[in-house]
Ligand binder design. Structure first.
Ligand code: NDP
Length: 487
C-alpha cells in the first residue's frame, strides 16, 4: 500500500503506514495556488514520536550487524525507485513548495545521486592503522554507528536535505526518525515510499509528520534519540543544541546565511550579473546559500546596476509548473509575510528601493504567495536588511571603493555560510580564499550551489561547525573506536 491512498499521507513507523494517534490531519497547500491541496498530512503527537523512536531502537541492532556493502545495496535500490518516480516526485515538490519544475527535477536527481554516493560509502574505509610504540601490537581505529538519529528538515530542499541526512545515517548503521517540515510532508512521505519499496527492514527509517513545536521539540530531548541533525532557522537550531548538550547527545546544525558576493572592477560583468541573479533569486531566494549582499566596486557600480535591473525585468514569474517560468512564489504565507516585512524595514530604515518591493496579487497571482524580485541600494551595514537572513528574492547593492573594504564588510555578519567573488586578479582571489569567513568559498561562480561529494557547512553562526555531505558525513554519523590489539 502506498501512503498516498485517498490523498491522505500517513506516518511510516516500523514499516507500516499508520495515521497519527491524534487523528488530526492538515492540508498541505500549493503556494502558487492556495485552492490546490497537494494532500492531507498527519499532525502527530508525542505518542507517535515515541512509537517511531521505539521502532528505530528495535531495528538498530540487526541493522548495524549487516555489513556496510549490504546496507549500501538497499540505498542503491532506493535510488532506482526514486529515479523511476523522478517526474512525479518533482511535480509534488513544485506543487508543495513552489520552486520551478526544472529546479525540482534537478533536486530529485540530486537525491538519486546522493543515495548512490552513500550506497558506495558502504564499501569504503572506516578506519586507519596507526603505528604503535609497541612493535608487537596492532593499533587501529574503526567507526561504529551512534544508534537512533533524529532528522529534522526544512521545506526549501524537501528531497535533497532529508536524503543527504538519512542516506549517510543509515549506511553507517544508524536507524532514523525523520520529522520533515510540515509544509513539505507529502514530499517526505514519497521519499519514505521509495525506501519502503526498496525493501528496507522495518524500523530502519521512520517518518513522523507534525509541528516542530510539538514533535521536533521533544525529539531534541528524547533520551532514546542518540544524535540529532537539523537544518533550518538559527533560533530553532540553537534551542536544539542546548537540549542536546544538556543530555550529552551529539548534534549537528545547518542554519542561515547572509551570503555576500563581491564584484571587483576587473570582473566579467555579464557573468557577475547572471550569477548574482541566479544566486540571489532562484528558488525565490529561499536557499541558505542564496546571495543576499552584493558589494560592487565603484568604477563599475552603475553599469552593473543597470544590467542587473534590466535582466531582473525580464524574469518570468509564475506557477513553477508552467513552461518558461523562472521564479515561483514564496513557499508559504508565513514566508511571504516575512519577506514583505523585511522589505518594509528596508524602506523605513532609509535604503533606496530600485525595483520590486510589492506582493504580486493581480489575477492568478492573487491565489498564491508571490513577491516581486526586489533590489535595494544605499544599504548601510547596520540596517536590518544587511544583517538578518531574509530568505526571499531581495538583494542589497552596496558600493565599495576597494577589495579590502568589500572583504571587511562581507565579513561583518554573524553568519558564514557561502561567499563569492568575481575578479580576474589571482592575488585577490587568494586573499579572498584566505580571509573570507565562510564555509563555502566560490570564485567567479554564484554563492548558491554545492556538489554532493564535497563537505557542506558554514562558519560562525551558520552551523555547529561540523560539515555534512561527502565523506564529512562520516564524522557526524559515527563514533571512533581506537583499538589496541596485542597477541
Ligand atoms: P524552522 O527552523 O522553524 O523550521 C525548520 C524545521 O524545524 C522544520 O521541520 C520545523 O518544523 C522544525 N521546528 C520548528 N520549531 C521547532 C522546535 N521548536 N523544535 C524542533 N524543531 C522545530 O524554520 P522556518 O520554516 O520557520 O523558517 C524560518 C526561517 O528560517 C526562514 O525565514 C529562514 O531564514 C530560515 N531557514 C533556513 C533554512 C536553511 O536552509 N538554512 C531552511 C529553512 C528556513 P515545522 O515547520 O513542521 O513546524
Amino acid at each position: 500500500m502506498t501512503a498516498g491512498a485517498r490523498q491522505t499521507y500517513l506516518n511510516y513507523i516500523n514499516g507500516q503506514w499508520i495515521p497519527s494517534s491524534t487523528n488530526q490531519t492538515e492540508p498541505s497547500i500549493n503556494p502558487a495556488n492556495i485552492h490546490d491541496i497537494v494532500g492531507y498530512v498527519q499532525q502527530s503527537g508525542i505518542e507517535d514520536l515515541n512509537a517511531a523512536v521505539e521502532a528505530a531502537g528495535r531495528a538498530q541492532p540487526a541493522w548495524r550487524k549487516l555489513s556496510g556493502p549490504k546496507r549500501g545495496e538497499y540505498l542503491f535500490r532506493a535510488a532506482d525507485v526514486l529515479e523511476q518516480r523522478l517526474d512525479e516526485i518533482a511535480e509534488t515538490v513544485t506543487r508543495e513548495m513552489g520552486k520551478t519544475l526544472p529546479e525540482a527535477k534537478g533536486e530529485v536527481q540530486r537525491g538519486v545521486n546522493i543515495l548512490r554516493y552513500y550506497a558506495g560509502e558502504g564499501m569504503r574505509s572506516i578506519g586507519e592503522v596507526i603505528p604503535s610504540t609497541d612493535s608487537e601490537a596492532l593499533m587501529f581505529t574503526t567507526r561504529v554507528p551512534l544508534g537512533v538519529v533524529g532528522v529534522i528538515t526544512p521545506w526549501n530542499f524537501p528531497v535533497a536535505i532529508p536524503i543527504w541526512k538519512i542516506a549517510p545515517a543509515i549506511v553507517y548503521g544508524n536507524t532514523v526518525v525523520f520529522k520533515p517540515a510540515q509544509e513539505t510532508a507529502v514530499t517526505a512521505a514519497k521519499i519514505m515510499e521509495c525506501f519502503d519499496e526498496a525493501g528496507l527492514p522495518a524500523g530502519v527509517v521512520n517518518l513522523v509528520m507534525g509541528k516542530g513545536s510539538v514533535i521536533g521539540n521533544v525529539m531534541a530531548e528524547h533520551p532514546h534519540i542518540h544524535a540529532i541533525t537539523f537544518t533550518g532557522s538559527n533560533e530553532v537550531g540553537k534551542m536544539i543544541a542546548q537540549k542536546a548538550v544538556a543530555r550529552g547527545a551529539k548534534y549537528q546544525l545547518e542554519m542561515g546565511g547572509k551570503n555576500p558576493v563581491i564584484v571587483l572592477e576587473d570582473a566579467d560583468l555579464d557573468r557577475a550579473v547572471e550569477a548574482t541573479i541566479s544566486g540571489g533569486l532562484r528558488s525565490t531566494g529561499q536557499k541558505c546559500t542564496a546571495t543576499s549582499r552584493v558589494f560592487v566596486q565603484s568604477a563599475i557600480y552603475e553599469p552593473f546596476k543597470r544590467r542587473l535591473l534590466a535582466r531582473i525585468k525580464e524574469l518570468n514569474i509564475g506557477n513553477g509548473l508552467a513552461d518558461g517560468v523562472w521564479m515561483g512564489p514564496c513557499a508559504s504565507q508565513k514566508q511571504l509575510e516575512t519577506v514583505l516585512s523585511y522589505i518594509e524595514k528596508g524602506i523605513e530604515e532609509g535604503a533606496t528601493l530600485l525595483c520590486g518591493g510589492r506582493r504580486l496579487d493581480d489575477g492568478e497571482f492573487g491565489n498564491g504567495f508571490y513577491v516581486e524580485p526586489t533590489v535595494f541600494e544605499n544599504v548601510s551595514p547596520d540596517m536590518t536588511i544587511a544583517r538578518e537572513e531574509i530568505f526571499g528574492p531581495v538583494l542589497a547593492l552596496i558600493k565599495v571603493e576597494t577589495f579590502e573594504e568589500a572583504l571587511a564588510l562581507a565579513n561583518d555578519t554573524p553568519f558564514g555560510l557561502s561567499a563569492s567573488i568575481f575578479t580576474k586578479n589571482i592575488g585577490k582571489m587568494l586573499a579572498f580564499i584566505q580571509d573570507i569567513e565562510a564555509g563555502l568559498v566560490r570564485i567567479n561562480e554564484e554563492s548558491a550551489g554545492v556538489e554532493l561529494q564535497a563537505p557542506f557547512g558554514g562558519m560562525k553562526q551558520s552551523s555547529s561547525h561540523s560539515r555534512e555531505q561527502g565523506r564529512a558525513a562520516l564524522e557526524f554519523f559515527t563514533a571512533i573506536k581506537t583499538v589496541f590489539v596485542k597477541g
